[in-house]
Design a protein around this ligand. Sequence first.
Ligand code: SAM
Length: 436
Amino acid sequence: MSEGAPARAAAARVLADVLRDGRSLRNALAPALPQLAEARDRALVEALVFAALRGRVRYEALLQRLLERPLPRKLSEVQALLLVGLAQLDALGITPYAAISASAEAARTLGHPRHVGLVNAVLRRFQRERDALLASIQAEPSLAHGHPAWLAAAVRAAYPDAADSVMRANLAEAPLWLRVNPLRTTREDYLRRLADDGIEAEAPDWLPQAVCLPQRVAPTRLPGWAEGWVSVQDGSAQAAVEALDARPGQCVLDACAAPGGKTAHLQERARGTLDLWAVERDPARAERLVETLARLGLSARIEIADAADPGWSDGQRFDRILLDAPCSATGIVRRQPDILVHRRAQDLPPLLGEQARLLDALWPMLRPGGRLVYATCSVLPDENARQIDAFLARHPDAHALPAPLPLGRPSGAGFQRLPGEDGMDGFFVALLGRSA
Ligand SMILES: C[S@@+](CC[C@H](N)C(=O)[O-])C[C@H]1O[C@@H](n2cnc3c(N)ncnc32)[C@H](O)[C@@H]1O
């Protein structure tokens, strides 16, 4: 059997779970990776699935040209295997012989021995005709950008000058951003540890805990990972917490908290002194919040509740509120390429309603003179600038505050960073003050 076949077969199964069954990439990968004994194979499966999802719109169009007729649903794993094969030959630059033979053999591993020849023939033909085939895709405006039509149209409408670079960044690999835990070490020491291990790193001076690794490293292989020295968190997400500027000893609410990246950051930067409340509606996600805090040796009062239903708060008023709202996640496609598959235009109205409901319900919990940060990992103005402009119109005691650090371009009363800008995720942040 070809050495690489099990990893290709595993990648095809994960991809079929996402494309056929609508599972999230995270949930599809979680049970699949531990079945592979070698770390190298696990890394390969992740690379294969990410590349296939990033290229999916283009690769499905290529398969329409390469297959005589579409494959039936019962062959969805073979279809996924073909997408994985194209990703190897196109995006990943894997040696054609290795990519084609291992992928063809993987059809047998998947229980489709009669399709070994088909996978082999399709991938070989792509390799022979690749220049003409890729040119034909590039010539079709609806395919070249690799995004679903509704999202491409929304990005173009919002950012006529930057739409192409946004969509290019969405399909590119993201660097690995870390947040150093100042309760365990200093950023300077951690940078030295990375250098000792031969890991290249950068550190923007305006984000005090951030470290950016241009080349990805498995987090568990980072120095001090198990000891809670660092967490994985994009620079944009760190900037949102910095913008809230919670002071030591303040009473702070993290209203949509799981898996707890920002909860932990809030407590770290105040050196554990906050009276910090973390509210999360989803009990399974709340467990991840508990794990995050435990790994880092931090604490918060965790409430499993609908943050907009004030029953959980017992009349508490807060100096600072972070609302990291549920959103379309269209700013983090580069980390979660399954968003290109799962997110639909019709998902937006309920999200917009939920964001407005949370904003209106949380606002009275903010003390006069306090500050609320509204953040989303979205690039869609309806969830961002328009949402906040409408909120300000409804609440005369609310006013927008200026950005205390680089948060991206002004957008309505807030700030929008686009995917890839400063090497970071797409993120919207609005700072709202409550009149005293
Ligand atoms: C964008 S994620 C938060 C990420 C988190 N702040 C972090 O940095 O790790 C939004 C979270 O809000 C939760 N959520 C959505 N609606 C909620 C509500 N009404 N009340 C409380 N939590 C809610 C979701 O389950 C999800 O875990």
